[in-house]
Structure formats: C-alpha cells, structure tokens
Design a binder for this molecule. Structure first.
Ligand SMILES: *Cc1c(COP(=O)(O)O)cnc(C)c1O
Length: 453
C-alpha cells in the first residue's frame, strides 16, 4: 500500500514511513492511494483479531500478519472490558458504543495504544530512536504517555500549562513512573505550550539532533486504528447503521467515513458539535467560516478548524492535491471555505447531518438519559446522544468518547451523582507525582529535552 499527500507535492510513502512522518513535507496529510475493501469478518472473532484483519490492507508489506496481530492483542489487552468497545442499548434502535474503557478513560486510547506499539516496533526494526514532544490541555497528553510508557525506542516529553488542567488530568500524566516519560509544567497557557512545541520542530538542527516526532491527531495511523470500531459495530448490528459522533478535529468521524468507503453497512453520520459549531454550520447551511473558540463543558471539541477535514476535502476535489492546497490557502486567508454545489451533493448531502448542543442542552441530555436509563454520560458523549435525535427511525450508534468520571463536575451538576474513578485509577490521588516546572522559554525547554537521557 502506498500513501499520497492531500496537497499533492510530497513523495509517495509506504505505511511505516507515513507512521513516523506524521505530516507530509508539503504540509498535507497522508491518505492511502486507494480504499481497500473490507475483509469479511469471522464470527466470534475478538476485537484484536478483527482489528488486525481490517488494518492489514493499510499496512501492506511493512508488517507481517503475525506481528500485526500480536501488537493488536497487546494494545487491546489494556482495555478493561472484554469486548474492548462494548455496545450498550439505550433505547429503541439506539445504542451507545463505549470507547472509554482504555487506560486513560477516553477514546484516544483506542488509537494511541496501537500507534505507540507500531512506533516502537518499526523503530526497533530500523534501529532508530525518537523523542516525541507534545503539548496538551489535558486529555491527549495522558493518552500519549500511557501509549508509549513501555516503549524501548521512544522517549516522550509532554508540556502542559501549569495550574490550568484539572487535578485528575494532571495526575494521569505525572504519576506514570517510567524512565522514558517526562512531564513539564510550563509557566504559561496551552497556546504557549503549543507554540513551544512548534518552535522545537522549526528549529531544524535541534529537531534532527533529537529525532523529534509527534503523535498528533493528523497521524494517519490514528485514523486507521479508529476504523475498526465502526466495522465491529456494523458486524454486530448487521447495518445499515447511522453513527452519531461527538466531533472536534474530525478524526473520529473521518474514520467512520473510511469504514463506509470500504463497504461497511453505514447509512450515514450525525456530527455532534458543542457551541463551537463550524462543522454544523457547514453541513446545515454550507457556511464553513471560522469563529473564535468558546470554552464549553466538552473541551476536547472546543476547536475552530478541524484538521482532519482536509482528508475529506481531498476526496471532494477528486483527489486533486493542487486544488486542495489552493482551497486551504484561501480558507486561511479569508477564514471561509467555499465548496461547489456538486461537491456537496456527492459527498455531504445524504451522508452527513449535524447538530450543535450548547452547555445547557448538553446537561439536559445527561440528566434525561440518567433519569430514563440510569446511564451516566460524560458531556462529549451527551452531545452525541443528543445529536442522534436527528436520525430517529434509523438504527443509531452514538459514540461515547469519555468515561463520566473524567468530567465529574458536569455529571454531578446534571444528575446529582458524582461518578467514581474506576478501580485501576482509584488510588490516583495517593500516587507520587513527577514533573518539572519550567518557564515559558524555548532555550530552557530545549535544554531540558536535550538532557533527559
Ligand atoms: C478528542 C476527543 C473528541 C473529538 O474527536 P475528534 O477526532 O477530534 O473529532 C471527542 N470526545 C473526546 C472525549 C475526545 O477526547
């Protein structure tokens, strides 16, 4: 399998190179040169077995089948539910797929637990070692740390804004006791942390000396790993299924679209947004224009520009990278993306619907779902369940992307119940923390990163 860039000006690469590269050198995102068809499922297969099957065509010859299956088994053995991503029935033809049984209680674990192991394996084969640097406002950092804490060929340094994450979020990062993990509290904001990471990547001698790498949400392997749970849901429900997806960077719902391209019986998608509703405005009114980000109860969806949308845009442009690059340049310049009517008709209408729920509506969904079913939803999952009303009459699967205990304040406000942390994290507040505090200063951060080994 070969991969091409959505901006058409980067060399074609195989899977292992795409995995390590992240972003293409023309600034584009890698996609497979064609969409493989879905391998038939084997009744009774485990999640890990089905994952290895679905992923195999994307990996091509870069990994043998036995290795891929072993890595999938190891990745999904870290989940605390035998089904890995269980489907729970919420009502008539309405199911919730719980994607939060991984080590850090958010759906990011589904992709990152596998991607960390893929990284370590490919680097080991090549005799290479990388340093992953990343900035986090809370959730992604802990998922990335947990994914690579056992890796032998990866060091990781995560920057977070001092005093601006929740205590659970901070402790999930700082209590990991592993020699290749470093956590830095920066005296600054999340934007400062992101700028520091960008500056480290732009410092080419430093980047090369340290073999810097990233595992952010544009990494193809993350999108690929997420295709699996859509397939598993349609295997079980036998389709046609509509998925309601709480959406931020568009990575999750894009994975669903890929499952549909591969032939999974997916009718369509409902995109759930909070008050940051650029995607809902686009799907409903054709208006893709940026607005300032407003904080909400579902912070992982507080996003202005959904970076993975570029991969769908590339398809909408008939896989013309030049046209895609031009369109994105215009978008950056004027803050508005214009799509032709025939592009909309072919790719959006009849496939994507969208709804946005503000914080009040989100709390209402948490309260009514608890009253009617006894299920506690976190605010992200509640956006999906609320948005699913648009698809009443179809079989709907709403994706639950975080454990309610990750957002206990919102859940308690809506229901009066404070969800406890699951047993494997119950002693989180008793574990010793390890992190350093550094000033918002590139030289200081680079000096630190350089001396971790
Ligand atoms: C990251 C995240 C999302 C958004 O997913 P995207 O792939 O960015 O659209 C939704 N919910 C939770 C809990 C998340 O962590």
């Amino acid at each position: 399998m070969r991969y091409v860039s959505t901006r058409g000006r980067a060399p074609e690469l195989g899977f292992a190179d795409v995995l390590l590269a992240g972003l293409a050198i023309d600034g584009g995102l890698y996609v497979p040169e064609s969409w493989p068809s879905l391998p038939a499922g084997v009744p009774g297969a485990s999640y890990a077995e089905r994952a290895a099957q679905v992923i195999a065509p994307f990996v091509g010859d870069d990994l043998d089948g036995a290795t891929l299956l072993r890595l999938c088994r190891e990745a999904y053995a870290t989940f605390r539910h035998p089904a890995v991503v269980p489907l729970v029935q919420l009502g008539d033809r309405h199911f919730v797929q719980e994607l939060f049984h991984g080590p850090t209680l958010a759906f990011k674990d589904v992709a990152l637990q596998l991607v960390g192991r893929l990284f370590d394996h490919v680097l080991g084969v090549r005799g290479q070692r990388v340093t992953i640097v990343g900035a986090t406002s809370g959730d992604t950092g802990s998922a990335a740390i947990d994914a690579v804490k056992a890796c032998t060929n990866v060091d990781i340094v995560i920057l977070f804004p001092l005093g601006r994450t929740s205590e659970v979020q901070r402790r999930q990062m700082t209590t990991v006791d592993s020699p290749n993990v470093r956590v830095v509290a920066v005296e600054g904001t999340f934007d400062d942390c992101q700028d520091l990471v960008k500056a480290m990547f732009t410092d080419v001698p430093f980047r090369e000396r340290m073999s810097l790498s990233a595992v952010n949400s544009i990494n193809w392997a993350r999108v690929m790993a997420q295709v699996v749970y859509y397939v598993v849901a349609t295997d079980l429900l036998r389709g046609p299924v509509t998925f309601s997806v709480p959406t931020g960077n568009f990575g999750n719902v894009l994975s669903g679209w890929i499952a549909r391209q591969m032939g999974a019986p997916v009718e369509g998608f409902v995109i759930g947004s909070n008050s940051n509703d650029i995607l809902a405005r686009f799907v409903n009114d054709g208006d893709m224009s940026t607005a300032p980000v407003v904080p909400s109860l579902s912070p992982s969806m507080d996003i202005q520009v959904s970076s993975n949308f570029e991969r769908l845009l590339f398809e909408m442009n008939g896989r013309d990278g030049g046209m895609t690059a031009e369109q994105l340049q215009r978008f950056r310049a004027v803050g508005r993306l214009d799509i032709e009517a025939d592009q909309r008709a072919a790719y959006i209408d009849g496939v994507f619907r969208a709804a946005s729920l503000d914080d009040t509506a989100t709390l209402d969904v948490i309260a009514s779902t608890y009253a009617e079913t006894g299920m506690l939803l976190d605010p992200h999952s509640a956006v999906a369940v609320g948005a699913a009303a648009l698809a009443r009459g179809s079989t709907v699967v709403s994706l639950a992307t975080a454990h309610p205990a990750k957002f206990p304040d919102a859940v308690e406000k809506a229901t009066g119940v404070r969800p406890p942390l699951p047993p494997h994290l119950a002693d989180l507040f008793d574990r010793p923390e390890r992190f350093v505090v550094l000033s918002n200063d590139l030289a200081a951060i680079e000096h630190y990163v350089e001396h971790i080994r």
